[in-house]
Design a protein around this ligand. Structure first.
Ligand code: S3P
Length: 411
């Protein structure tokens, strides 16, 4: 069973944003509980290459000395597997006077960049690439006045535009009718930005503690629901409404979840959460609005839905095809191997439950969240924590503490 009271490392999405904002602020900022994920390290490395000093302190906090003159000897910036780093930097670097090329690993090199290149070009940024994928080259540029309505439900695109607009003398308006995650807007507001439209902004130095990562928590919460007699408490967890779709869906499925101590810290809602083993879950349908607020949790949702009574459906999850893998294919391939009755639909899937899952081997699709879903599936089926070098290094892309924490709470 799973048993324990834990705190989680800082949310990955917020960590990228806090680092970038601290890098342009006046003076020395200190960040506590920053994500130690490989993805966030990619953002740190690029900021360092542009002259920002980022220091890890002995107490675990991170100090960032704000950089008023971005300069880089390197012209090539490696984003690894990190879509957030690539898209944010495409807006941020040229607007800070940097020219160069962004490139990534094999998986990131297949992901669409046109969704961000096209609006950034309209803002006036000089982005050379005719290709829709990395590598992408860009030149230091200034920004025209511009107003944009998001065409795809992507907070990464929205954030790239906001970050660029923070260097603009002209007002820029960006409308997000999809209600994608709003951490950038909350952070700049916390730092004193008051305008409705984005334009030139240099924050003062600041201190910040990043709330526990809700997307990492999703794997431990799900394990606790599936494994008999479990009871897990997670403290200081992010509870932002643009991110808690999965918690709301689990509750509707009948999961024993209690949210308490709701409060606001650093302009982000946080909570403590208690999760208990749930013997009977109901199937559920996820519509596009649900999917946006749990976009990274769909793989682990699919595993939990496999145990639920009745049908579960994911309808119009087209964005799932553009993640670190085609997640619709990766979910179906693995769950079918685990003996789940799951069928592909246009940009989604249908699961008929409950299923009795059988042990099998993992096909990780080179995707950290598919890997973690499969490790939790095998834990629920066999009680064994499957760990290989390949799985560990893949999982450290978002959640390096995954195995350490599971070993601590699985008794
Ligand atoms: C993120 C937004 C989402 C999410 C990703 C992180 C962010 O991507 O899947 O893991 O930090 O803004 P999209 O914006 O492409 O949906």
């Amino acid at each position: 069973m799973i048993k324990g009271i834990i705190n989680l490392p800082g949310d990955k999405s917020i960590s990228h944003r806090v680092l970038i904002l601290a890098s342009i602020s006046k003076g020395k900022s200190t960040i506590h509980n920053l994500s130690s994920s490989e993805d966030v390290k990619r953002t740190i490395n690029i900021l360092k290459k542009c002259g920002t000093q980022i220091i890890k302190n002995p107490n675990g906090s991170t100090t960032i000395i704000g950089n008023q003159s971005f300069q880089s000897e390197t012209k090539r910036f490696y984003c690894g597997n990190s879509g957030s780093t690539a898209r944010f930097m495409l807006g941020f670097l040229p607007s800070k006077g940097i020219s160069g090329t962004l490139y990534g690993d094999k998986s990131l090199s297949k992901r669409p960049m046109d969704r961000v290149i096209e609006p950034l070009k309209k803002m006036g940024l000089h982005i050379n690439s005719k290709s829709t994928t990395l590598p992408v080259s860009f030149q230091a540029s200034s920004i025209n006045t511009y107003s944009h309505i998001l065409k795809v439900p992507s907070a990464q695109v929205k954030t790239a535009l906001i970050l660029a607009s923070l260097s603009s003398k002209e007002a820029i308006s960006i409308k997000d009718q999809f209600n994608t995650r709003d951490h950038t807007e909350r952070l700049i507001e916390y730092l004193g930005y008051r305008d409705k439209e984005s334009s030139k902004f240099i924050p003062e130095k600041f201190n910040y503690t990043v709330a526990g990562d809700i997307s990492s928590a999703a794997f431990l919460i799900s394990a606790s629901i599936l494994i008999p007699r479990s009871k897990l408490i997670i403290e200081k967890l992010l509870y932002n409404k643009t991110r808690i779709g999965y918690i709301n869906i689990l509750k509707k499925m009948g999961a024993h979840i209690r949210i308490y101590n709701k409060r606001i810290k650093y302009n982000e809602p946080i909570c403590d959460i208690e999760v208990n083993y749930t013997e009977r879950l109901k199937g559920i349908t996820l519509y596009p609005d649900d999917i946006i607020s749990m976009i990274d949790e769909i793989p682990i949702f699919a595993l939990v839905a496999s145990y639920a009574h009745g049908k579960s459906k994911v309808i119009d999850g087209a964005e799932l095809r553009h993640k670190e893998s085609d997640r619709i294919k990766a979910i179906i391939h693995n769950l079918q191997k685990f003996n789940v009755n799951i069928k592909e639909t246009t940009n989604g899937f249908i699961i008929n439950g409950p299923n009795k899952l059988h042990n099998t081997t993992i096909s990780d699709f080179n995707d950290h969240r598919i890997a973690m879903m499969c490790v939790i599936a095998k834990l629920a089926i066999t009680g064994e924590i499957v760990k290989t070098d390949q799985l560990s290094s893949l999982i450290s892309i978002s959640f390096p503490e995954f195995y350490k924490l599971i070993k601590k709470i699985y008794v």
